[in-house]
Design a protein around this ligand. Structure first.
Ligand code: GLY
Length: 307
């Protein structure tokens, strides 16, 4: 439980986090996603929400859009590989009505990680499966084992290996999505191939409940993108939802949560999107990078930017 004092301290002055309240009318159903490619993902999610479907179907469908796009080098099929050239993915989905989550970490050779995460949620009593065992689990539910390294991603990896001054890690752009359906039910999820050239076996923030994404059916939800190794030390999506519970707007809740990271002296790129039960959107970021994110409801279908 966050006290009123802590809440005010977190939200009163947030110079380190740029935030963006969204001006158009809030309404449900609605969906918000990270990055520019969130617009295409939102279109698929909206196909479900607009037809009266559930937020969990919308988030799965929307995130599948990014996962299956071979041009997207930070999510799913076509993602940039680890230092040894293998693509591994992390994904998580959380469903408000049951306060249940399913997740996969370091999943290999499967094209739709968020769908496997949903199987963990719906078909098991567990929350997270990892590595080759997660792949084996997926194949039991009919997922096909397939190579995930595209020609484009392989070329980029080979260039990286040839470069004597190469950086060990690159930044990446996780898809994070929060949707609220016509019934007011909330779902949050995210999916990523993680840091390019990561050490074999590395799992980031995305499959961790409260780090990569979080929702509470009484409050709303939040999703994260950015430097997962640092972000997961702060459970930033849980904090954003708890700040909304205490009365912060979604934008202030995102900024207040990220301020905890910058207050500890971290100078990393970290971004959050959030939506509350009424369908009010918000987002915030710390770090130099511009943060585009995509929102969709009955009156808006656009990409906003925090510079
Ligand atoms: N935020 C995604 C990752 O660090 O893997």
């Amino acid at each position: 439980m966050i006290t009123r004092r802590e809440f005010l301290a977190a939200t009163a002055a947030v110079p380190a986090a740029a935030r963006l309240p969204i001006s158009f009318l809030s309404s449900i159903p609605c969906v918000i996603s990270t990055w520019e490619f969130g617009k295409k993902a939102n279109a698929d999610a909206w196909g479900v929400l607009g037809a009266g479907g559930s937020a969990i179907d919308a988030v799965e469908k929307g995130i599948n859009n990014a996962e299956l796009d071979p041009e997207n080098t930070s999510v799913g099929f076509g993602g940039l590989p680890d230092e040894d050239g293998e693509v591994t993915n992390d994904a998580m989905i959380m469903w408000g009505p049951k306060h249940a989550a399913g997740a996969v970490g370091c999943l290999k050779r499967i094209k739709r990680p968020i769908s496997v995460a949903r199987k963990v949620l719906e078909k098991t009593k567990h929350t997270m499966l990892v590595g080759d065992d997660a792949t084996r689990f997926a194949t039991k539910f009919g997922f096909k084992e397939e190579p995930l390294l595209t020609e484009k991603a392989r070329r980029i990896w080979e260039e990286w290996k040839k470069d004597p001054k190469r950086r060990d890690f690159w930044n990446h752009d996780t898809i994070g999505m929060v949707a609220i359906d016509r019934n007011g039910d909330v779902c949050a999820g995210c999916s990523t191939s993680g840091l390019a050239w990561k050490i074999r076996g590395r799992v980031g923030d995305s499959p961790i409940v409260g780090s990569g994404a979080y929702c509470d059916n009484d409050v709303g939800g939040a999703a994260a993108t950015g430097n997962g190794d640092v972000m997961m030390r702060f459970c930033p999506t849980l904090v954003a939802v708890e700040l909304m519970r205490e009365g912060a707007s979604p934008a202030d809740a995102c900024a207040g949560s990220l301020k905890r990271i910058s207050d500890k002296g971290y100078r990393v790129s970290a971004c959050l999107v959030a939506v509350d039960k009424k369908g009010e959107f918000g987002a915030a970021k710390i770090g130099e990078r511009e943060f585009p994110f995509a929102v969709r409801n009955a009156e808006a279908d656009e990409v906003r930017r925090i510079r």
